[in-house]
Design a binder for this molecule. Structure first.
Ligand code: DX5
Ligand code: ZN
Length: 221
């Protein structure tokens, strides 16, 4: 339905022509832009920081920027990304000494807040902060790299998260990230996801619109 959002990850974009590539993927029907921040500490890879976020905004990108922090510690970067134009800031609860405080800080900075769960991270972190969360992100790969294979263990986690969200009665998005392609997006949606990150599947294709259309076709009832 119309509640589904496609979120291309710029990790797999043409970084030397990032502004143009982001324009191109938005023209092709993407809803939001997923921005993967890696620190070579929490994850074994290094990407980009608030300056690139700001540069995309200054270039004229209007679509919401969905910032996925894979950094430890996380707190110092929250105000920096908020000032740089992030719409939503998500972090892995184990990267903050006080996840409740970090969620509060994200809201105080005027952004939506998300919690991210690795394949082996328990959803227990969620239970006591449900009223502080606008997005739950379920990793369907181990964080650190694009182009990995979707781990089916994520489907169970999505179903559990979906039940917790529905029970809360709050409007919380359920995002899935890692190895999403046209041939597994439907399974993720059936398990409860409504927001779909895809890096290599979209930016690795010749025709972005073709891939995004194929994904949306799989999401039709
Ligand atoms: C992995 C990142 C993902 C990644 C997705 O740590 O969080 O967002 O870029 O890339 P694909 O879709 O190629 O798995
Ligand atoms: Zn991500």
């Amino acid at each position: 339905g119309s509640g589904h959002l496609i979120a291309p990850s710029i990790l797999s974009a043409d970084l030397a022509r990032l502004g143009e590539d982001v324009d191109k993927v938005l023209d092709a029907g993407a809803d939001i832009i997923h921005f993967d921040v890696m620190d070579n500490h929490y994850v074994p890879n290094l990407t980009f920081g608030p300056a690139l976020c700001r540069a995309l905004k200054d270039y004229g990108v209007c679509a919401p920027l969905d910032v996925h922090l894979m950094v430890e510690p996380v707190d110092a970067l929250v105000p920096q990304f908020a000032e740089a134009g992030a719409s939503c800031i998500s972090f892995h609860p184990e990267t903050s000494r006080h996840p409740h405080r970090t969620l509060q800080m994200i809201h105080d900075c005027g952004c939506s807040a998300g919690l991210v769960f690795n394949p082996a991270t328990t959803l227990d972190y969620l239970r006591h902060v449900m009223d502080q969360v606008d997005l739950v992100l379920i990793m369907s790969v181990n964080p650190g790299f694009g182009g990995q294979r979707f781990l089916p263990v994520a489907l169970d986690k999505l179903r559990t998260a979906r039940a917790m969200i529905d029970e809360s009665g709050r409007h919380i998005r359920l995002e899935v990230d890692g190895g999403i392609k046209a041939d597994n997006i439907r399974a993720a949606a059936m398990a409860g996801a409504d927001t779909f990150v895809a890096g290599s599947a979209i930016f690795g294709a010749q025709d972005y619109r073709h891939v995004i259309d194929a994904m949306r076709a799989e999401l039709l009832p």
